[in-house]
Design a protein. Sequence first.
Lengths: 331, 326
Amino acid sequence: MTTANKSEQPLIEVRNLKQYFYINTGFFKSTPLKAVDDISFTIREGETLGLVGESGCGKTTAGRTILHLYKPTAGEIIYRGKSIRTPKDVEKFRTKATMVFQDPYSSLDPRMTVADIIGEPLDVHHMYKTQEERRQKILELMDHVGLNSEHAARYAHEFSGGQRQRVGIARSLAVDPDFIVCDEPVSALDVSIQAQVINMFDELQDQLGLTYLFIAHDLLVVRHISDRIAVMYLGRMVELADADEIYNRPLHPYTKALISAVPVPDPNVARANKRIALTGEIPSPLSAPSGCPFHTRCPYAKPICSESMPPFKEVEKDRFVACHRVEEINS
Amino acid sequence: MALLEVKNLKTSFFTDAGEVRAVNDVSFSLERGKILGIVGESGSGKSVTAYSIMQILAGTGRIVSGSIKLDGQELVGAGESVMKEVRGNRVSIIFQDPMTSLNPTYTIGQQLMEAILLHTDRDKKQSWDRAVEMLRLVNVNEPEKRMKQYPHEFSGGMRQRVMIAMALACEPDILIADEPTTALDVTIQAGILELMKDIQKQIGMAIIMITHDLGVVAQLCDEVIVMYAGGICEQGTAEEIFYNPCHEYTKGLLRSIPTADENGEKLQPISGTPIDLLNMPKGCPFAPRCDNAMKICMRERCEIMQINEKHMAACWMNVRKAVKGE
């Protein structure tokens, strides 16, 4: 997809965001687990920003912290030029920014009807005057996501995975948000259902002018839906660029390895692909390596990489990479 | 003679809600040294097919009819003593979740040696050496030290390597891998798949790779079976299945996934919802979701038919094409 028709206006700005969890490692001793460590980026109005990385890289935590589901350890979230600070800001922000969760089985209350699940955000934020208005709004939302009005009185367990995810999406749309964090919204679904849900995200974006932060580990899906893609490793952002650019010409060594490992559903391409093998395992975020977090597995690592943290800098227009040797290894 | 020959296999689960035909008339054969991929969605019967070969079905499940021949020896109805010989020794299986398929209370070494002691004449010392050798084969660093560690000290990718080592310790003829990389990250997955391919080349066993990921199949498999609702839709070489799909379900699947040469076009999803095995339609099980379904599709299930020497499919569209000379 192109970014040509999308605005360049930032909707959300994330500045030096940190989210540490303190883990008890002994009596009266705790060590910070740096789930998200100093990330900064902007999300433009109307775009889909894909956020990829392997398990434990902090992508989900980043998404949740942006919505203030966790209180950020440090840093700022700026929505339409205004920083979110006070609890009042947060409450107001949550009528504009919502979330779709990964697991459509555990994210819906089994004791509530679909209508009540979708209507709950309306109740919480007092967004209707009469019951009739509430009912109308719920039916309208169900229509948006392709559910029949007769489904309203049913319970979540009566639905298949794909339909449940539609309920989750309808709930996230209830407060008329303009920003949705989608946390692995299709990875729990069957292959033949994934495309239905992905297309729905596309259509809703066109109809309602939504902005998405789309978190997923399936690179082909992320590339399909995103305008730009950000790659995280061990709590840090290592690369951010246009979706096709990053897929066809990754600059950071980790992104290169990640993209070369994607199983492409085409035998000739898959067999011709040269995979860049990574040695070793992802280090524990409790004892992240010094300097560049990737240097322990990086095929291009030099002494400087273990000494200082590479800055996340713009190496080309709209293209950010955090690597000391980015110019050398790509020339 | 084929190494493994499955003929008209039917496996059902007898539940309170009725008989669930999880595998419904499945036939295929596997040659020595080949990698066969079985793809399908959840509930398509791909795992149950594998469990039927191993005869490790859950309590309510039973092979209703059909034949499974390993090197000419019939396994259906062969009895537990024969199956004990087969399992682990001639056919091994690795499961999806490396976190739960190892016993947390035994060391990796004890678990690896158990299979070797049970199935070969090696004594304890020799079994230890063999286990270390296997760990080395699957690229586990410092295998002697790792032998004394417990599963929780291993990462997901490492545990899956241990599972592979365990499955291969007795040099089976067939390795069944049931979604072996689904729980792993993509860079780790790539490593495991490469490892499986390398070992397969070295040892020359056959692999049955069960997965829902068409990318994994494209990378690894020589031959592919596509399953839907307990039956085989289509089978053939990987090239045939990916470049010349002849069943509407396979075509739909390939259209609905994002590909490498992304062009910004919309995905074309398969409509409808996955099938309910308790309420199977009369005709082709895919007909209710098929955009090109004809009257006959609703009435009668299509037999699997030869498309060419490397390819078979069970779809009435092919008959129509042949009749109309399209």
